[in-house]
Design a protein around this ligand. Structure first.
Ligand code: SF4
Ligand code: SF4
Length: 287
C-alpha cells in the first residue's frame, strides 16, 4: 500500500504524522518513508537518520555548438523560460539556472547547433532508523524543477521497494498543490490530508482534496491540534461530513510534539500514548 501524507498548508504537522505513521507501520511490516518535500526535506532530522548519498538526479539541458550557429535567434524565441538571451548579430547566451530542460530550443534550431547535455538538479539519499527505510529527495539550491526531482525520487523509491521487499510506503509531500505535490500523490492508494483548525488551513485543505478527488484516490482528513480551536474544528467536521470525507484521526495540541522535534524522535517514542492515535489512523486508512 502506498499512502501519501499531504495537507495543502505548510506547518500543519504533515511530517509529524508521516514519520509517526511510518514508525507505527514498521513495527509489523517492512516500511519505507519517502521524503518528497524536496525543497526542505526534514524527515531524516525527525527520525535521527544519518542520510547517505544514493544518486544524483539530472535534468537535460541544451549545449550549443556555436560553429554551426547562424545567429538566427529561433532558440531564444521558443524558450518560455527566457533561459536563452539573444541580441541581434550575437551568439545566443544560455542562463542554465532557469532552464527546465523542455528541449524546445533543440527542436527549433534549423542548423542542429544544439544538442543534449545534463546538469544535476537534485540528490537522493537513503538511511534507516526505527526499522523505517528512508528515501529522501533534495532539490539543489537555486534549481526550479522540484516536480521532476519528486518524480525521479518516486521512481527510485519504486526500484528500491522491490529490492527491500517493502510492504508499505509512506510519501511525505510538500505543502501546496503544485507539480511536486501532484508528483507525490499520483499512483498512491490513499491520501492522508493533515489540517489544523484555522481558516487558512481549511482553505488549503479544500484545494488539496480537490486533487485527491480529481485523481480518484481514497482520502481522509487528520485534524491536528483539534483542541486548540474547537469551534473552528467543528467547521472542518461539517465540511468533511457534507463532502462525505472521513475524519480519520484527531490529534491534540501538546508540547510532546515540540519535544519530538527537539529530541529528533518520532512522537510515539516521546510519549507512548500516541501509539493509539496512529493505530486508530492505520485502522481507518485500511477500512
Ligand atoms: S531546454 Fe527549454 S527551457 Fe531550456 S533553454 Fe531550451 S527552450 Fe529554454
Ligand atoms: S536557433 Fe540555432 S542557429 Fe539559430 S541562434 Fe539558436 S543556436 Fe544559433
Amino acid at each position: 500500500m502506498i499512502i501519501a501524507v499531504t495537507g495543502g498548508k505548510g506547518g500543519t504537522g504533515k511530517s509529524t504524522v508521516a514519520t509517526g505513521l511510518a514508525v507505527e507501520y514498521a513495527r509489523k511490516k517492512k516500511t519505507m518513508l519517502v521524503d518528497a518535500d524536496v525543497e526542505c526535506p526534514n524527515d531524516h532530522i525527525l527520525l535521527s537518520v544519518k542520510r547517505k548519498w544514493f544518486k544524483n538526479i539530472n535534468q537535460i539541458i541544451p549545449k550549443w555548438d556555436l560553429s554551426k550557429c547562424t545567429k538566427c535567434g529561433k532558440c531564444a524565441g521558443v524558450c518560455k523560460q527566457e533561459a536563452v538571451v539573444f541580441v541581434k548579430d550575437k551568439y545566443p547566451a544560455f542562463v542554465k539556472d532557469v532552464c527546465i530542460g523542455c528541449k524546445a530550443c533543440i527542436v527549433a534550431c534549423p542548423e542542429k547547433a544544439i544538442s543534449e547535455s545534463k546538469k544535476v538538479i537534485g540528490k537522493v539519499y537513503t538511511g534507516k532508523n526505527y526499522n523505517v527505510d528512508l528515501v529522501s529527495g533534495e532539490l539543489k539550491l537555486g534549481e526550479l524543477a522540484s516536480g521532476e526531482v519528486v518524480s525521479e525520487l518516486r521512481r527510485t523509491a519504486d526500484e528500491l521497494k522491490d529490492t527491500l521487499r517493502t510492504e508499505h510506503v509512506i510519501v511525505d509531500s510538500s505543502a501546496g498543490i503544485g507539480c511536486p505535490v501532484i508528483a507525490s500523490l499520483i499512483n498512491t492508494d490513499y491520501i492522508v490530508a493533515v489540517t489544523e483548525p484555522t481558516p487558512s488551513a481549511l482553505h488549503d485543505l479544500k484545494r488539496v482534496l480537490y486533487l485527491a478527488e480529481h485523481f480518484k484516490i481514497r482520502h481522509g482528513i487528520v485534524i491536528n491540534k483539534f483542541d486548540l480551536e474547537k469551534k473552528f474544528c467543528s467547521k472542518i467536521e461539517e465540511f468533511a461530513s457534507r463532502k462525505r470525507i472521513p475524519v480519520i484521526s484527531r490529534f491534540p495540541y501538546h508540547d510532546d510534539f515540540v519535544r519530538s522535534n527537539i529530541l529528533m524522535k518520532p512522537v510515539v517514542e516521546v510519549n507512548s500514548k500516541y501509539k493509539d492515535f496512529f493505530k486508530e489512523l492505520i485502522i481507518n486508512i485500511e477500512k
